[in-house]
Structures are given as structure tokens and as C-alpha cells.
Write a protein that binds this ligand. Structure first.
Ligand code: CO8
Length: 257
């Protein structure tokens, strides 16, 4: 059976994961999610990996959870669903994740894209939560992350009608940060990953954590968290290096210390 997750790199600090179930439009079955989750464990442990890119094919980033697999699960099967742990693993990943999305990002595919910290979309991308058409609802963050990203009205529209939105609409709504030609989506995402890979790793880690706290905390708590993180960075060698390099008009050499 072909490997349903291709792993490339790290090259220049970036590892690329390509979802590879072309016959099912990269539908996320338990095996694929498990492979992604283990690949993230490896990337987490590897100091040479500073950012990861998740991508699919030109036709589909991922067309959702695997409907055949889901149909075979009853209530208890869903209650004890092993996929939940895999989604949590993706959510816990401490390094930046960039999604390079072409084609369909539907249901679990849209939810996976929303686990990314930066989302780059090809002009042909379609984002949607069509679960309602199947008599179910989003189950991996599609009602929670979507509303935080695009606001309640559009999130309700998407989740209640199942209608997908275009890349342009996703850009306007703030779901994606950039659109490009489909052939360039992956290249652009890797470029962004490489740019992040050149920064000070502890500063990157704390920045990601701090920005994400904005979803979980009120403003006063979030500002307190940011202040602590900012203070912690004062103890790093990379902070000294960054400030010295600026004043000496040279490029910094960050070591992750
Ligand atoms: N699961 C399994 N197989 C799929 C899926 C899927 N989600 N999507 C497409 N496929 C398969 C098709 O069955 C077809 O297989 P075959 O050739 O053997 O018949 C093949 O991929 C190609 O698909 P189409 O022929 O349908 O291609 P089209 O270009 O005509 O249509 C669409 C593309 C519009 C994307 C269409 O395939 C479609 O509507 N797919 C389903 C989209 C969907 O409803 N997604 C939501 C799934 S539910 C979900 O994601 C819930 C997540 C909950 C997570 C909870 C975790 C704990």
C-alpha cells in the first residue's frame, strides 16, 4: 500500500508533509492521522526542524474525515475514537505549522488547515464545513476555530449550509493570510517556513504560544502571559545575539540557546 503521508526534509529548517491518498481526495482516515501525528513527534524532537508545512495535492488538500471509516463507527466507536488523540497531537505541536492548501479543504480538511499557524491558499482552494449535508456536524474544531477565525456570521453560514467559500473570500475573512497561484502555493509556504527557521527558536516558540493564547484568554490574562514570555526571552543568548547583531550591522547567528 502506498505511504499515505510523504515526508520531506528538513531542508533549510523546514519539513514538508504531503497528504497522499489521491484516490480518496486525501480523506483523513485514522491511519493517515496517526502517521501525521507520529511525523509531528519526530519533527518536534528534531532540533534541525524549525517549522513544518502540511500540504495535499493540486485537487485536494483534504476532503474531510474518511466517510467510509466514519460510517462504520457507532456512538461508542465515536466516543472512543482514536483520532481525537491525533488531533490533540497536532494542536500541541510547539513549532510553527504552515498549511499550503490547494483545491478542497472540506470538513476535517478545513479543520486540519485551521490547526496551522499560517495558511497559504492557492486561487483554486475551497474551504468548507459540509458535515451538515451528512446529518452530522464538525467534530475537530470546525465550530470553534472557524468562528474565532472568520467571525460568527460566516462560520454559521458555512456550518449550517455546508456551502464552501473561495480562496478570495477566505482571504477577506482572515482565514488565510495569502493567496497565490496553485503551482506556487507549496513553494511560498516553504519560503515562509524557511524565513521562520532563520529566527531565534525560543522566540519563535514563545511567539506562537503567546499568539495562540489570545484565543483562550481574556485580554488581561493574555497580556500577562505575553509579558512573562517576553521576560523569559531576556534570559536567552539569542536575544543578546539579536540585539548585538543589529547594533553591529551584521546578520544574527541564532543558536537556540
Ligand atoms: N471520505 C472518503 N472518500 C472520499 C471523501 C471522504 N471525505 N471525499 C471524496 N472521497 C472519494 C470519493 O468517494 C471518490 O471515490 P471513488 O472514486 O472510489 O468513488 C473519490 O474520493 C473522488 O471523489 P469524487 O468523485 O466525489 O470527486 P468530485 O470531484 O466529484 O467531488 C468533492 C469532490 C466535492 C470533494 C466530493 O468528493 C465530496 O463532497 N466529498 C465529501 C466532502 C465531505 O463531506 N467532507 C466532510 C466529511 S465529514 C468530516 O470531515 C467530519 C470530521 C470530523 C472529525 C472528528 C475527529 C474526531
Amino acid at each position: 500500500m502506498p505511504n499515505n503521508l510523504l515526508v520531506d526534509g528538513p531542508a533549510d529548517g523546514v519539513r514538508v508533509f504531503t497528504l497522499n491518498r489521491p484516490d480518496a481526495l486525501n480523506a483523513l482516515n485514522t491511519e493517515l492521522l496517526g502517521n501525521l501525528s507520529r511525523a509531528l513527534d519526530d519533527a518536534e524532537a528534531d532540533p534541525d526542524t524549525r517549522a513544518v508545512v502540511i500540504t495535499g495535492s493540486q485537487k485536494a488538500f483534504a476532503a474531510g474525515a474518511d466517510i467510509n471509516e466514519m460510517a462504520a463507527r457507532d456512538l461508542v466507536g465515536i466516543l472512543e475514537d482514536p483520532r481525537v488523540a491525533h488531533w490533540q497531537r497536532i494542536d500541541r505541536f510547539s513549532k510553527p505549522i504552515i498549511a499550503a492548501v490547494n483545491g478542497f479543504a472540506l470538513g476535517g480538511g478545513c479543520e486540519l488547515a485551521m490547526h496551522a499557524d499560517i495558511l497559504i491558499a492557492g486561487e483554486n482552494a475551497r474551504f468548507g464545513q459540509p458535515e451538515i449535508n451528512l446529518g452530522i456536524m464538525p467534530g475537530a474544531g470546525g465550530t470553534q476555530r472557524l468562528v474565532r477565525k472568520v467571525g460568527e456570521s460566516l462560520a454559521m453560514h458555512m456550518a449550517l449550509t455546508g456551502e464552501p467559500i473561495s480562496a478570495t473570500r477566505a482571504l477577506q475573512a482572515g482565514l488565510v493570510s495569502e493567496i497565490c497561484q496553485p503551482e506556487l502555493t507549496l513553494e511560498r509556504a516553504v519560503q515562509i517556513g524557511q524565513s521562520i527557521a532563520r529566527k531565534a527558536p525560543i522566540a519563535v516558540r514563545l511567539t506562537k504560544e503567546s499568539v495562540r493564547k489570545a484565543n483562550d484568554m481574556n485580554l488581561a490574562e493574555g497580556l500577562r502571559f505575553e509579558r512573562h514570555a517576553f521576560t523569559v526571552l531576556a534570559g536567552t543568548e539569542d536575544r543578546q545575539e539579536g540585539l548585538d547583531a543589529f547594533r553591529e550591522k551584521r546578520k544574527p547567528r541564532f543558536t537556540g540557546r
